[in-house]
Design a protein around this ligand. Structure first.
Ligand code: GRG
Length: 298
């Protein structure tokens, strides 16, 4: 199976699970559930849930039991995208090549769909434990790990720093910190959730988390590069937005060539961390995911 076929197959598994656990789109209030379905199934790459499954599989776990953790993280990610696009944040009209949630459903429904997608994941994880996918102890660890990827050491804190940074120049260290919080923290959570469901010891969870953190930063550097050299049609969003908004990025701070070197260096760090894990088919997929992230065009 090629890596593209692997990604398609895992996306189908994640999407089937999401379809099973989300209330149908015609559930009242329909406007809310239509907005949720619209954004969850808008064609995201599913990098985070697949990373969660890979971490679980590479650490010897049952990836079927891990689907709840993977789907939970994707819902949190989608929630952050909905809120990120709002007029009070990035004010984006499009996302994944389609009207953003608030442009399609109105601002208040978008806020509430984002709220819903931020909380429902915890019910999904608790319910999976009740159904025997993993123990209540593991469910508690998964919930705490996801919350950590969102709150003071995660996405929300990163977004606050990012918004504050809009009105001034930032240092390279500040920019790295913003991206560690905004992007890498949730990727670290993917690795730790996968490890928790696999029942892996702390040392192996830390190793997988180190790789995921480096990959998260690499993902963000590539995002900054694509905003300059990417194809808007492939990306599903306009390019050049960062420079138009005079936003500090890896490219504006370091230049395109150095940003490319940094992405390659971070990908190498992510790969090196994986050397400490036992060889397996899932670990190979992990290595291929790193190659995909650093080489991606969308
Ligand atoms: C509600 C959790 C929550 C947070 C509120 C708005 C906000 C605070 C944070 C924004 C965080 C954010 C949008 C970070 C950027 C992460 C990022 C690189 C997104 C793009 O990810 P892809 O390319 O998206 O994986 P797809 O579309 O493929 O799913």
């Amino acid at each position: 199976m090629t890596f593209a076929e692997f990604m398609e197959a895992q996306t189908r598994r994640v999407d089937a699970y999401l379809t099973r656990v989300l209330p149908p789109r015609d559930t009242p209030p329909t406007h809310l559930h239509e907005a949720i379905h619209y954004t969850v199934f808008a064609g995201g790459k599913r990098v985070r849930p697949i990373m969660t499954l890979i971490a679980c599989g590479a650490l010897g776990g049952d990836t079927e039991a891990c689907l709840a953790g993977a789907a939970a993280i994707e819902m949190i990610h989608v929630s952050s995208l909905i809120h990120d696009d709002l007029p009070c944040m990035d004010d984006s009209d499009t996302r994944r090549g389609q009207p953003s949630c608030h442009r399609k459903f109105g601002e208040s429904t978008a806020v509430l769909a984002g709220d819903w997608l931020l909380v429902y994941p915890f019910e999904i994880v608790a319910r999976a434990a009740e159904e025997g996918a993993f123990t209540p102890d593991v469910a508690a660890r998964v919930c705490a790990t996801i919350a950590r990827g969102v709150c003071t050491s995660g996405i929300v804190a990163g977004q606050v720093l990012d918004l504050e940074a809009e009105s001034r120049d930032v240092t390279a260290a500040e920019l790295r910190r913003i991206h560690e919080l905004k992007t890498a923290a949730l990727m670290e959570a993917c690795a730790r959730v996968g490890a928790a469901i696999a029942g892996a010891p702390a040392q192996l969870s830390d190793t997988a988390a180190r790789s995921a953190r480096a990959l998260g930063l690499c993902f963000q550097v590539v995002d900054d590069i694509l905003d300059v050299v990417g194809d808007a049609a492939v990306l599903g969003k306009p390019t050049g937005a960062d420079s138009e908004n005079a936003k500090s990025t890896y490219v504006s701070l370091h230049g395109l060539d150095l940003a490319r070197d940094m992405a390659a260096q971070l990908a190498a760090e992510a790969r090196d961390a994986l050397d400490a894990l036992p060889d397996s088919e899932w670990l190979l997929r992990g290595r291929q995911l790193i190659d995909y992230v650093v080489g991606r065009s969308s």
